[in-house]
Ligand binder design. Structure first.
Ligand code: GLY
Ligand code: MN
Ligand code: MN
Length: 273
């Protein structure tokens, strides 16, 4: 309802402020032996000052740590030239939470290969958003749209050992080696809201006005993965937005946090001043 939406919008706004403090503190994170904790601490300060706290444990994953799902140890260094994946959400006083991920180049600029992988993830996110806007879209269709882009790019880069069609078939799924989780979950009072709902009311249900859900495609290329070209190893990227379904289509509630390669670089440059 309207009250809940106001709370969700507020949760996203405060989360944006938290990400901006993270960007400002990155130079200190780089100089610290546990730079990931510096990031976690900066976000927690905002979450506690402006809301009830964090909606879930902040993931601050630099370099290869981004390739460990739910990396919450956050005890690693943050190195120049690496990407840092931050998945964090403020829970406001009413207990509604945001759930946002941005993957930031620590020194403010993506390398060519980092940007290439980032763009694939962004394109997957855009494909999912576009699919969600089509009438009759089911929750599961949003994921399938994102995976279509992921499989196509992995194939283009010579990584996928089969065709995209074979990989996308239910008996295939080879692309899951590099993107093993779902693309979306419902969001609200719980970060994984209504996770126990029956499949026919969740995965197989059509999107309905008033629903809030995430879109969070990713690509994870582990440092140790010898099946991929060396240039990709150690890169882990996720992009997570919070989306509201309305009568007039979907609204990306977290669009105010920059999400393109150029947008992120400009955002970081502005905040570094
Ligand atoms: N932050 C947990 C998730 O993205 O699902
Ligand atoms: Mn999520
Ligand atoms: Mn998340």
């Amino acid at each position: 309802d309207a009250f809940e939406l106001e709370e969700m919008v507020r949760a996203v706004e405060v989360t944006k402020a938290g990400f901006e403090d993270i960007i400002r503190i990155l130079p200190r994170a780089v100089g610290h032996r546990r730079g990931e904790r510096v990031i976690e601490g900066a976000f927690r300060a905002v979450a506690r000052e402006e809301g009830n706290g964090e909606g879930y444990e902040t993931i601050a994953a630099s370099g290869d740590h981004a390739n460990t799902l739910h990396w919450i140890d956050n005890d690693g260094e943050v190195r120049e030239g690496d990407l840092v994946l931050v998945d964090a959400g403020v829970e406001v006083d009413s207990l509604y939470t945001a759930d946002i991920t941005r993957t930031l180049p620590v020194n403010g600029r993506f390398t060519e290969v980092q940007a290439r992988v980032y763009q694939a993830v962004l394109d997957a996110c855009e494909a999912a958003l576009a699919r969600a806007n089509q009438p009759g879209c089911r929750f599961k269709d949003v994921h399938d749209a994102a995976m279509g882009v992921i499989a196509a790019r992995l194939h283009e880069w010579g990584i996928l050992p089969v065709t995209p069609e074979e990989s996308l078939a239910s008996e295939g799924q080879q692309h899951r080696r590099w993107m093993p989780h779902g693309t979306s979950h419902h969001l609200g009072l719980d970060v994984h809201d209504c996770a126990q709902a029956k499949a026919e009311l969740y995965m197989w249900a059509e999107l309905e006005p008033g629903m809030v859900f995430t879109i969070e495609p990713a690509l994870y290329f582990k440092e140790e993965d010898m099946s991929i070209p060396e240039e990709y190893r150690g890169i882990g990227i996720r992009l997570e937005d919070d989306v509201l379904c309305t009568e007039d289509g979907n609204v990306n509630l977290s669009a105010a946090l920059p999400r393109t390669v150029e947008g992120i670089e400009e955002w970081m440059a502005k905040l570094a001043k």
